[in-house]
Design a protein around this ligand. Structure first.
Ligand code: ACM
Length: 648
């Protein structure tokens, strides 16, 4: 995962044993040596064979042929293709440059499997290249600061699934996380001490380059800027003093676009950051300006009047146009969220769509290059399948000409960090982001959701060799919540619940930047695998085409859930962290009882009274509403079963 563009399967397998030797041929550079070493480390970890030592001396049966170098700073659209030929005796990996080699090595690692004769890779020839040149993951390190190890292991994960842009959302209302030497009060007053030094930023950029990943920084402006104003209130449109924001949502803070001093500051700041971040693209955000500070400021109102600026959107466009010139003067191409698309926006600005596919298409129609994030917001707790089926060249794009379609550069998964911590962020990003990575790399016709889920499960397993533990963290947190007690009954409940979807979580409890994220909603993954599998079985039972095995599985699960509350409740009441789950656990038991009754009625073809059925459905509908900030994901499937029973 992602599925390669062309695969030819052969007969037999290449066995990985202690005789394994590897050689780099053609162009060489230190990055390739490090890639080889990382590859051997990962392979050794997975197989238990100490390849890092042997591979230096053995006959090279794995040959890497690199034609030439890649650009000194990785470019958008640079060649990432590779050819991987595996025979029973030899592996040949060929690429135009080191980036293609990196991609091919990951494909090989994913092919490694355990067989009765040991670890092996099937005989295969793969010719592969990406569909889109811009395949990103955005991580918001403002709302919750993420230490370097979190960033680095997620870059490893990105490499594993061939993503090539780390979009670093590094400043926002809740924290200014980059060190500025020119304007040190930015981080000194705006970050609570939690920021990345310039050395650390260079380390991340180097780490990313080693993995074929560009780093595009985002300094969101003119809004989402509260943290800037704590140290430099003269930039702001409102009254000082400002304090680092602690709450989520859209804040009023906005730069003053009418003062020349604002542009002098921004110019100097962009100059410093443009030198620090080598990528050709520079993201200035531009999203969610509510304009309240502009409207409330008489000087700004007078300026707008004097300059015939009719409204706040036009004022933002005025700001964006001036900032675009500064970005260009520092040798960068500006990128912004779709709000920056206004009449007169220069044509080389790249538009990142978060407000809908329509704005992506509109940008392309007007001749702008753009990328899609609508549908890839992994903070919204949607199932992987929903993300997977969103295509940057989706339904509406069919109305675009081929030339317009070629302006759509790809997309980015977006990990906003209101509700993630360094502890659980991996479980939100992975494995679902692999499904988005496949959408952006693989041929458009790859749309088989069942196949995607089967392979996603393998990827989740493989990611553990990169220290990404998307599943294990659930168990760690559940054990912690259970104290000394056996966490098994809590795991039974955890397996069938999921966090609320979309932006609804904020309305279900009171949150701010200090709220510990250590409850069941934070421990469980965004998607319940058990609930999805149960739903498949319930659908078949309701449709009358279930196998005996399906019936048995449904009964086993429903019995497990029905009997769980008696074991779980005594545990839940022991801790303030879990007592809120008591009603949810009761609900699961009731839902399961109804499921078992429905199975009995369906199996025996027994009629159910109309009143009883209506009563059950009403209860199930209420069970589908959030409780303890969690959704009981099996309730809709039980409702399917009840709906399928016949009435008297
Ligand atoms: C955004 O989600 N405000 C870009």
């Amino acid at each position: 995962m992602p599925l390669p563009a062309h695969v030819e399967q052969g007969q037999g397998e290449f066995v990985i044993d202690g005789q394994f030797g590897i050689a780099l041929q053609g162009h060489t550079e230190a990055r390739l040596d490090r890639a080889k070493q990382r590859f051997l480390d990962t392979l050794s970890r997975e197989t238990g064979i100490p390849l890092w030592r042997e591979a230096q001396f053995n006959q090279p049966r794995f040959v890497i042929q690199t034609a030439g170098p890649s650009a000194p700073v990785q470019q958008l659209g640079e060649d990432e293709s590779y050819r991987l030929e595996v025979s029973p005796t030899k592996v040949q990996l060929t690429a135009a440059n080191p980036i293609g080699v990196l991609r091919g090595l990951q494909t090989f690692l994913q092919l490694v499997r355990v067989t009765p004769s040991g670890f092996s890779v099937p005989v295969v020839t793969i010719d592969d290249k990406p569909r889109f040149p811009w395949r990103g993951l955005m991580i918001d390190t403002s709302r919750h600061f993420m230490p370097l190890d979190v960033i680095e292991r997620n870059l490893d994960g990105m490499e594993a699934v061939k993503l090539n842009v780390f979009h670093w959302h590094i400043t926002d209302d809740q924290g200014f996380r980059a060190e500025s030497k020119k304007f040190p009060l930015l981080q000194e007053k705006g970050s609570d001490g939690l920021y990345y030094t310039q050395d650390q930023i260079r380390q991340v950029i180097g780490y990313a380059r080693d993995r074929g990943i560009r780093v595009v920084p985002e300094f969101d402006m003119p809004c989402h800027t509260t943290s800037w104003f704590v140290g430099y209130p003269e930039l702001a449109s409102g009254k000082s003093p400002y304090q680092v924001a602690r709450s989520w949502g859209v804040h009023n803070a906005a730069m003053d676009p009418t003062k020349e001093s604002t542009y002098q500051f921004v110019d100097s700041f962009i100059g410093e950051m443009a030198a620090l971040f080598p990528d050709a693209y520079f993201h200035i955000g531009g999203d969610e300006c509510n304009g309240k500070e502009w409207t409330a400021n008489p000087q700004i109102q007078a300026f707008m009047h004097a300059h015939n600026i009719p409204n706040n959107a036009a004022l933002q466009a005025y700001f964006t146009a001036k900032v675009q010139k500064l970005v260009a003067a520092h040798g960068k191409i500006m990128e912004g969220w779709d709000e920056v698309l206004q009449p007169g926006t220069p044509k080389d600005v790249v538009i990142q769509s978060w407000r809908g596919q329509a704005s992506l298409d509109e940008a392309a129609r007007q001749g702008y290059r753009s990328l899609l994030s609508t549908g890839y917001y992994i903070d919204l707790n949607q199932p992987a399948a929903e993300h997977y089926l969103v295509d940057p060249l989706g339904d509406t794009a069919t109305a675009l000409t081929p030339a317009q379609q070629s302006l759509i550069l790809g997309g980015e998964a977006a990990m906003w960090s209101e509700f993630v911590t360094p502890e659980n962020i991996d479980s939100r990003i992975w494995p679902r982001t692999a499904a988005i990575a496949e959408r952006l790399w693989s041929p458009q016709q790859a749309r088989d959701v069942d196949s995607m889920y089967r392979r996603l499960s393998v990827v989740a397993q493989k990611l553990q060799y990169y220290d990404l533990q998307p599943r294990a963290i659930t168990n760690v947190m559940l054990q912690r919540m259970s104290g000394d007690a056996d966490p098994t009954p809590l795991k039974v409940l955890a397996a069938v619940v999921a966090p609320p979807k979309g932006y609804s979580r904020e309305g279900l409890a009171s949150y701010n930047a200090f709220t510990p994220l250590n409850r069941l909603v934070d421990a469980v993954p965004p998607e319940s695998d058990t609930a999805r599998e149960f739903h498949d079985i319930a659908t078949k039972i309701a449709a009358g085409n279930a196998t005996p095995r399906d019936w048995q599985q449904a009964r086993e699960w429903l019995s497990l859930w029905r009997d769980n509350d008696a074991k779980l409740e005594p545990l839940l009441v022991q801790s303030d962290l879990t007592v809120e789950l008591v009603p949810l656990s009761h609900t699961l038991t009731h839902v399961a009882e109804m499921g078992i009754q429905a199975l009995d009625a369906l199996q025996n073809n027994d009629p159910v009274s109309v009143a009883k059925r209506q009563q059950n459905i009403a209860f199930l509908k209420s069970a589908e509403k959030p409780q303890a900030v969690l959704l009981l994901m099996v309730a809709p499937s039980v409702e399917l079963l009840v709906q399928a029973t016949k009435t008297e």
